[in-house]
Ligand binder design. Structure first.
Ligand code: BES
Ligand code: MN
Ligand code: ZN
Length: 510
């Protein structure tokens, strides 16, 4: 999909997308936005007469497609209800964008001139300079448009691509907004490419997307990205490293585990890298502590953290960010094979800490603890793990923000800044020591689950914190945000926008 910008006079467009507010259409009130006024004058009041007719009131998410409006060179105008001006905040603005794209798709309009980004939501990036607000809002508009235009039809024997797909959006701006808009398009496009890769990987079924498949995909990525080096550590090497926790999870499956190492180096060797660790459970049956059957298919998404590491590396390499970025993906299935670990088994992690496995379904933390221990070898500046770790995080936060837990206040502030600006939100949960005693074990150093005292997302993070004491580390629990259920079932590509925004921020580029 292509994005362009246009400033100055509006020349002809296949479709002009125009936001309409409820309060500007009430009674004889004059349209408030310059753009609507301008178009109204060009058509000698044609638009005003249409508004008076009452077919569109500007109510949120209303859309009306107009053809061949008098005095206007564009073939079509799509009016999009944005609700009341006083209530135009991010929540409504996002709804208006979605309604507009859905209408463009429904009417099979292949190219459109976009103006919705000119209406900045009142609660957007408070206290930031105008330029930065424009950048953030164009970035989010673009990512939402690409998101709504995504399709996954690899396994449909009769794929039905749309007859006239939406392939081009032109952001129409004032000249003053041009630089920020161009930058947002460049950054947003690279990020959306990363999101797309993440969705493509995460949407794959478990019988295709095995640990071996993920390792091959990493190697393919390395052939596309010259600055990316990929190394795959196989089972014997993992044994030599003493990764007993990771290997313990893998032993119930016929699929060999892989530790996928991806090194994107585009800064001098003295620059400490950012390390991303992604949970790569290609299917989570729960193991011997078997999951209930309901929606178990969704556990193919349990490698979404891994997929987001792939996507973020792709986005950063598209942007040629001058950073060193390392991806670590422990990849395995969690299956109840006859050699599987059992409740009560004790594993020795790479760090030497022994772990009593009280529930084999708490497998994410077992593979991550060894990957996090391994990450220290890269002498990282910061380590961020991304994992569909706990159902408890979904209970706590629902499907809107990912959970953030960290041992470093500065890293928390930076990630929250990216969260507020990127439209890919986080919510911080406490990582107090108070939660740690819940994981006491009578037989090993720690247990892999806490006593039933609530706070499951936090006890899981506390388990990981045990292995990251010497690191500046953050954990993103994406159990509620990595995919959608129900009719729209599918991967979201989150938190690639957040992570890419954070890395751009580190380079002072946004
Ligand atoms: N992959 C799941 C977490 C999950 C559950 C993600 C639902 C998305 C939706 C994880 O491995 C898991 O099973 N966690 C258990 C932990 C429990 C046994 C302490 C959970 O959340 O139930
Ligand atoms: Mn599990
Ligand atoms: Zn899992």
């Amino acid at each position: 999909m292509e994005f362009k910008t246009l400033t100055g006079d509006l020349i002809t467009s296949p479709c002009l997308v125009l936001g309409i507010f409820e309060d500007e259409l009430k009674g004889d009130a004059k349209p408030q936005s310059d753009l609507v006024q301008q178009l109204d004058r060009a058509g000698n009041g044609w638009l005003t007469s249409l508004f008076n007719q009452g077919d569109i009131t500007g109510e949120l998410e209303q859309t009306l497609l107009l053809q061949k409006v008098p005095g206007i060179a564009s073939e079509r105008i799509l009016l999009v209800g944005c609700g009341k001006t006083t209530k135009f905040k991010l929540y409504n603005a996002r709804k208006a964008i979605t309604a507009a794209i859905q209408a463009l798709k429904k009417h099979r309009i292949p190219a459109a001139t976009w103006t919705l980004h000119q209406h900045l939501p009142q609660d957007l990036s408070k206290d930031l300079a105008q330029d930065k607000k424009i950048y953030n809002w164009v970035w989010e508009n673009l990512l939402r448009i690409r998101d709504l235009n995504y399709r996954f039809e690899r396994f449909k024997s009769e794929a039905k691509p749309p007859k006239r797909p939406l392939t081009e959006i032109t952001f129409w701006n004032d000249i003053a907004a041009q630089d920020a808009t161009l930058k947002a398009i460049q950054h947003g496009q690279a990020t959306a490419n990363g999101v797309q890769l993440t969705k493509d990987l995460a949407n794959l079924p478990g019988n295709i997307c095995t640990p071996t498949y993920l390792a091959e995909q990493a190697q393919t990525l390395a052939t596309e990205i010259p600055k990316l080096q990929v190394n795959i550590l196989e089972k014997p090497e993992l044994e030599k490293l003493g990764m007993g926790a990771f290997l313990g999870v893998a032993q119930g499956s016929r699929q060999d585990p892989k530790l996928i190492l991806m090194e994107y180096r585009n800064a001098d060797s003295a620059t400490k890298p950012v390390v991303l660790v992604g949970k790569g459970i290609t299917f989570d049956s729960g193991g011997v502590s078997l999951k209930p059957g309901d929606a178990m298919d969704e556990m193919k998404f349990d490698m979404s953290g891994a997929a987001s590491v792939f996507g973020t590396i792709k986005a950063c390499s598209d942007l040629q960010l001058p950073i060193n970025l390392i991806g670590i993906v422990p990849a395995t299935e969690n299956m109840p094979g006859d050699n599987a670990i059992k409740p009560g088994d004790i594993l020795t992690s790479m760090s030497g800490t022994t772990i009593e496995v009280l529930n084999t379904d708490a497998e994410g933390r077992l593979i991550l603890c060894d990957a996090l221990t391994y990450s220290a070898k890269f002498n990282p500046d910061v380590v961020i793990d991304i994992a569909t770790l706990t159902g408890a995080c979904v209970v706590a936060l629902g499907h809107h923000p990912s959970g953030l837990l960290t041992n470093d206040d500065d890293l928390a502030a930076k990630l929250m800044e990216a969260s507020n600006n990127s439209g890919d939100r986080l919510w911080q949960l406490p990582l107090w020591e108070d939660y740690s005693p819940q994981m006491k074990s009578n037989f090993a150093d720690i247990a892999n689950i806490g006593e039933r005292m609530g706070g499951g997302a936090i006890t899981a993070a506390s388990f990981l914190a045990h292995f990251t004491k010497k690191l500046r580390w953050a954990h993103l629990d994406i159990a509620g945000t990595a995919w959608l259920s129900g009719a729209k079932k599918g991967a979201t590509g989150r938190p690639v926008p957040l992570l890419t925004y954070y890395l751009l921020q580190r380079c002072n580029l946004n």
